[in-house]
Design a protein around this ligand. Structure first.
Ligand code: SAM
Length: 389
C-alpha cells in the first residue's frame, strides 16, 4: 500500500515556538524513590541489565546509532526552573496535583479530559489531542508502510470470503479504523475508548461502531467476537502490572484462529541530551507514581505477550527507531509529534514540576534543541500473534 508521510492540515497548538533557545540553571536536589507493588524502585530508570532483550526484527532508521544511554542509577534531579522538590515530596506533589478523575479540582482553563474513575490516563480527549494522535497515525503509517503490520492479517483481509470483524481498542477518533476501512471496505469495524465525548460527539467516525470500553475492565463484547483485534499506544493508560491481563482480555474477545496486533512506544527515548534526560526521568517518576506506567512498554511488549503462552501463537515482532528532529522529513514529523506529546502533558506536569506553563514551554523548547545534536530517537515496537484456544 502506498502511504504518504503527510497528513491533512490541522490546527496549530497553543505552545510557544520550539526553536527558541533559553538557558537553565542547575542545582542538586535529591528525590524520593518509592518501592512499587513489584518491589521495583519507581522513578529509577531501569538499567539495561534489567531489560530482557526482545528477539526483534529491527528496522533502524538510517544513521540511527546504537543506543548509548548511560546505565547510571543517579537519582539526582538537578534541573532548576523554580522547581525545587525536597526529599520525599514528589509523591505528595503528584497526589495533590489536579487529576481528571476529580473534576471538582479542575481549573477553568484546562483542556478536556476523560472523567472515569477507573483510569489514571493523563492525556486530554479534545480536538487538539485528536490532532496529535492523527499526526502520529500518519507517521506510523509511513514508517511501517501499512496500517496492518502482520502479513497474515493482510492476507486474511485480502482473501476473506465472509465479513471479517475488526476491533480497535483505544481507538480515539478512529483514525486507524478509517484508514483500514478505506483499504478493506467489506469488513465490519468496531472501536472502544474511554473518551466518551469522542464516542457520542459530532466527530465520531461514520463507518465504525465506536462504544465506551475500558481495557482495564472487561470489554463490552462476548468471547470470540473478532477476527482481528488491534491496540496501539495505550502505554500511558495501562499500568505495567496490568499489561499481561489486558492482552488476555484482547485474546478473550478474539476468535480462535484470529489475530491480535499491538504497538507501543518507549516513553524513555534513546540518546537523550542532559535536559531531555532530566525531564524524562522526572516525568517517568511522576507517571509511575500516578499511573504505574512502563517507561519501556515497547521493549517489554514481547514479554507481556510471551506470558500468554500457547494462546499467543506464531508471534512476530518488528521494531523501529525514529529520529527526532534529524535525518530529514520523518525526523521533523516525529519531532512535531513529540512536541505535541510533551505539550499534551502540560496541564498536569507543570503542577507536578511546580513551574509555570511558560516555564514548562521553555523546558520543552530546550529539550527540542537537544534532539538533533544528540541524535535522539524514539522506539516503537509491534507484536502480533494468532490466537489459539
Ligand atoms: C495515544 S491515544 C492512541 C489512539 C489510537 N490507538 C491510535 O494509535 O491512533 C490513546 C487512546 O487510548 C484511550 N485510552 C486510554 N486508556 C484507555 C483504556 N483504559 N481503555 C480504552 N481506551 C483507553 C485514550 O482515550 C486515547 O484515545
Amino acid at each position: 500500500m502506498g502511504v504518504s508521510p503527510s497528513r491533512p492540515q490541522s490546527r496549530s497548538l497553543p505552545h510557544s515556538n520550539t526553536t527558541a533557545s533559553r538557558s537553565v540553571s542547575i542545582t542538586n536536589k535529591k528525590l524520593s524513590l518509592t518501592p512499587d507493588s513489584e518491589g521495583i524502585k519507581t522513578g529509577t530508570l531501569p538499567s539495561k541489565s534489567n531489560l530482557r532483550e526482545p528477539r526483534a526484527t529491527t528496522i533502524q532508521a538510517d544513521n540511527v546509532p546504537a543506543n548509548t544511554d548511560s546505565d547510571s542509577e543517579d537519582s539526582y534531579w538537578d534541573l532548576d526552573i523554580n522547581f525545587k522538590p525536597e526529599v520525599g515530596v514528589l509523591d505528595a506533589i503528584v497526589a495533590k496535583a489536579w487529576h481528571p478523575n476529580n473534576p471538582s479540582t479542575k481549573p477553568h482553563d484546562l483542556r478536556e479530559y476523560h472523567t472515569i474513575d477507573s483510569s489514571d490516563y493523563v492525556f486530554p480527549s479534545d480536538e487538539i489531542e485528536q490532532d496529535r494522535i492523527e499526526l502520529i497515525h500518519y507517521l506510523l503509517r509511513h514508517v511501517f508502510k501499512s496500517d496492518i503490520i502482520c502479513p497474515s492479517v493482510r492476507n486474511l483481509m485480502d482473501s476473506a470470503k465472509h465479513c471479517l470483524k475488526v476491533l480497535d481498542v483505544g481507538c480515539a477518533k478512529g483514525f486507524w479504523l478509517d484508514s483500514v476501512q478505506k483499504v478493506y471496505p467489506k469488513a465490519e469495524y468496531h472501536g472502544v475508548d474511554i473518551a466518551e465525548k469522542l464516542i457520542n460527539g459530532e466527530h465520531a467516525p461514520q463507518r465504525a461502531e465506536i462504544v465506551f470500553g475500558n481495557i482495564l475492565d472487561r470489554l463490552p463484547y462476548s468471547d470470540n467476537s473478532f477476527d482481528f483485534v488491534h491496540q496501539r499506544l495505550l502505554m500511558m493508560g495501562i499500568p505495567k502490572h496490568y499489561f499481561p491481563a489486558c492482552i488476555s482480555e484482547l485474546i478473550r474477545v478474539t476468535k480462535p484462529g484470529g489475530y491480535v496486533e499491538l504497538i507501543e512506544t518507549d516513553i524513555i527515548l534513546g540518546n537523550m541530551g542532559p535536559i531531555m534526560e532530566k525531564y524524562t526521568k522526572l516525568c517517568h517518576e511522576a507517571m509511575t507514581i500516578r499511573a504505574g506506567v512502563d517507561g519501556y512498554a515497547a521493549t517489554n511488549l514481547p514479554f507481556y505477550v510471551k506470558v500468554q503462552g500457547k494462546a499467543a501463537a506464531h508471534r512476530g515482532v518488528r521494531s523501529v527507531r525514529i529520529p527526532l528532529n534529524w535525518n530529514g522529513p520523518i525526523g521533523k514529523m516525529a519531532a512535531d509529534g513529540m512536541v505535541e506529546t510533551l505539550m499534551a502533558m502540560m496541564d498536569w506536569l507543570h503542577l507536578v514540576l511546580s513551574i509555570s506553563r511558560k516555564e514548562y514551554q521553555e523546558l520543552v523548547d530546550q529539550c527540542v534543541q537537544e534532539w538533533g545534536p544528540h541524535k535522539t530517537f524514539v522506539t516503537y515496537q509491534v507484536v502480533y500473534f494468532q490466537v489459539v484456544k
